[in-house]
Design a binder for this molecule. Structure first.
Ligand code: NAG
Length: 372
């Protein structure tokens, strides 16, 4: 009986009930950002919340379609928020530089993202002790800045190709099109204590829990230099009070080196040989295991029974960004072109696929091509 029903829904393409939804009215929104949300059909009774942040030139939809966090949300019942930055300075990057964004309740992007979290916790009776953030590039930089400005909100974070919190302070912008890019491009070096002070100063007077961090980077990243991986580790080792225990090659897979701090529960880093910007797969199951959201089974069903018949079909993989072939072309984009550093292709991408000369579109992986 259920088999028949399932077959019908499969045939009709209705297996997945949940989808990415845009949300308005979630807060005062001081920096004019946007919110999309993915609420799985089966929610945990007190669902954890995971924020996933796009890189420059992307948006929430692009982050959603270029990662597989939602397949785990379907299985484990947590909620995903996909914010979209505004296009200040001509390109959709996160504000990783202004005093507003680098200060707790300072009125910048960090505060707007936290308002989206609070809205979600209230609306879905979420678990305020289990809120997390993962991001790529500009979104990874924002992940570090959220850990500095709101350690009370975010229990753990995972930046992919980021820079330390407040690395862009004083740069006048954090957009590679028209900004002093010495932070990502010069391999800036500071002491662990100095980096730690930057993070602590983002929320002065705070003495509570600090955000645990799992840090990822490509060793051949020539946009956000691999030195920034070391600087991030210095910052959080200082803030979290953990020291390097060991470095372990070919962990979690060939070509990666693990930097283990303490027992690895507070801070761990992974750097991947030969991989450039945007090429390190999200390793969703490792990120979500570090967050601790893969231990809570979905316990309440908030929609119809049809969804409960398909929950065993998930096949998590740790390397989704390397598997599919590049299939996206976007003929209907009006013949415009993307600026240097912007995204110009990849699965799920619906924006411009041409680059403004002299930049040329370079495919970094199936999900991300960039004007370089
Ligand atoms: C460039 O930005 C860095 C921060 O990333 C800052 O320390 C430096 O002073 C800036 N340089 C200039 C010339 O503004």
């Amino acid at each position: 009986m259920f088999g028949v029903i399932r077959a019908i829904f499969l045939a009709a393409g209705l297996v997945r009930g949940a989808s990415l939804q845009s949300v308005t009215g979630w807060g005062s929104n001081p920096s004019n950002i946007q919110m999309s949300i993915y609420v799985p059909d089966r929610l945990a009774s007190k669902p954890p919340v995971v924020v996933a942040l796009h890189g420059c030139g992307g948006n929430g939809q692009q982050m959603y379609s270029s990662s597989r966090f939602q397949t785990f949300a379907d299985q484990y019942g947590f909620i995903l928020i996909y914010p979209s930055s505004n296009s200040n300075q001509g390109m959709a990057c996160w504000d990783n530089h202004s005093p507003q964004s680098l200060t707790h309740n300072g009125g910048g992007d960090t505060q707007g993202i936290v308002q989206q979290v609070q809205y979600t916790l209230n609306k879905y009776n979420g678990d305020a002790d289990r809120v997390y953030v993962v991001g790529f590039s500009s979104g990874a930089m924002m992940t570090n800045n959220l850990a500095a400005t709101y350690p009370d909100v975010f229990e753990a974070g995972a930046p992919f190709a980021g820079v330390p919190a407040a690395c862009w302070a004083g740069a006048g912008g954090s957009n590679p099109l028209n900004t002093n890019t010495s932070c990502p491009n010069a391999g800036v070096t500071k002491s662990a204590q100095d980096w730690g002070n930057y993070a602590r100063n983002a929320y002065s007077g705070y003495n509570g829990r600090r955000t645990r961090m799992q840090i990822w980077h490509g060793a051949s990243d020539n946009l956000v230099l691999p030195q920034l991986f070391q600087e991030e580790l210095k910052q959080w080792s200082n803030v979290l009070g953990v020291s390097l225990t060991s470095t372990n090659s070919n962990n979690p897979e060939s070509g990666y080196t693990q930097y283990l701090y303490g027992d690895g529960k507070q801070l761990v880093g992974y750097i991947a040989a030969g991989l450039g910007h945007g090429a390190v797969p999200y390793h969703e199951s490792m990120v979500l295991s570090f967050f601790g959201v893969l231990t809570t089974p979905a316990t309440s069903t908030i929609t119809t029974t049809r969804t409960s018949t398909i929950t065993t079909t998930m096949t998590p993989t740790t390397t989704p960004r390397t598997t599919p072939a590049m299939t996206t072309t976007t003929p209907g984009n009006g013949g415009g072109s993307q600026s240097k550093w912007g995204q110009c292709g990849g699965i799920g991408w619906t924006g411009f696929t041409a680059c403004s000369p002299p930049a040329a579109c370079s495919t970094l992986n199936p999900y991300y091509a960039q004007c370089l």
